[in-house]
Design a binder for this molecule. Sequence first.
Ligand code: HEM
Length: 391
Amino acid sequence: MQPTSRWRTLRKVCATKVFSSQQLDSTQVVRRRKVKELMDFVKKTSETFDVLDISEAIFTTVLNSISNTLFSMDVVQLGCSSKSQEFKDIFCGITEEAGKPNVVDYFPIFAKIDPQGARARMTKYYKKMIDFLDGIVEERLRLIKGLQMGDTTKEYKDVLDYVLEVMLEDNSQVTRIHVLHLLVDLFVAGIDTTASTIEWAMTELLYNPKKLQKLKNELQDVIGKEEKQIEESHISKLPFLRAVVKETFRLHPPFPLIPHKSKEDVELCGFNVPKNAQVLINIWGVGRDPSIWRNPNEFVPERFLESKIDYQGNDCELIPFSAGRRMCPGLPLAYRGVHTVLGSLLHCYDWKLVNNGEKEKGLDMFDEKFGLSLHKAKPLQAIPIYNNHNN
Ligand code: HEM
């Protein structure tokens, strides 16, 4: 199959078998469980007044939410040192490599000799990840072959079940290698982006107490005092939470530069863009453009309360998920994950910043660092203080 038609087939699988509302609704139960585990972990930390590495906790929750949505399995454990965990090591290896400058990007003629060894290292990490996922696929195929799928032990079908169903159809265009690459792409594209968005939103709010209070009031009004966890069904009732997320995407798009390639010679704003030229769309720049946004460097979620601007790919002012044919297929899952984790972390807890959020080792909380996506240079850490609304 040609690469383009393979890409089209996999995009279709994503739209129908991975990210459709029906599919995501049916796997909601596992994501709810992951957020509950996060809340239990925060509760335990609050009881001992320890500092919580929020960055690490969010990352693990997002990673396990995605792995459970895909194939019903945790790949890391909350609260364990990341260094000891194989999958996390592989994943972090990929994101670190992706963030390093590579001379080959500027001088493609050196691609074959791979002067910095970047391709070799990346290939090694990808192979490890493919091997890891292949073990999971093998086990699931054995389960399907043993006709155990109809057993009552599974409360829902996950993404892997649906994708393997497509693979096992007669004359299927989807092969086992496609399935493995699809899983790798979903992991690599989905985790860092979602986790760093939640972490940035939380950082902005902890440094903007008035906005934080406004959000907490909304959560309390809509969710009530008793309920501790934000459900996916709550999101549509929380306009300020949604505005906070939009404002976070405007200021901190995980992919600040989106690379595309021109299919033909075109003239754009007086510039000639030749066929096959790489074009980098500067989303970060658009988000901070003073001709589009008033006070562009300030965190003002209210600007989205009265505005219809959204990130579904129709408003060029805000395209963190890009737009058009290549637009991020994972938006519906990211939407659910970002709002529920962020809302849940803030609803029942006040957060005390370590050293009152002062600069440490020359880094402040808003410094950025490039990995696979643009994330915080300094992980967010704070002490959770249980907020009993009834007191
Ligand atoms: C805050 C969260 C996320 C943001 C901001 C984001 C953003 C993006 C962007 C900008 C692209 C490139 C689009 C282009 O080339 O025009 C992309 C591609 C992609 N994203 Fe996301 N993404 C997020 C979450 C996710 C999640 C949760 C998944 C899946 C679990 C995912 C899966 C993908 C895949 C598979 C691609 C490649 C699509 C293709 O090549 O056709 N993303 N994403």
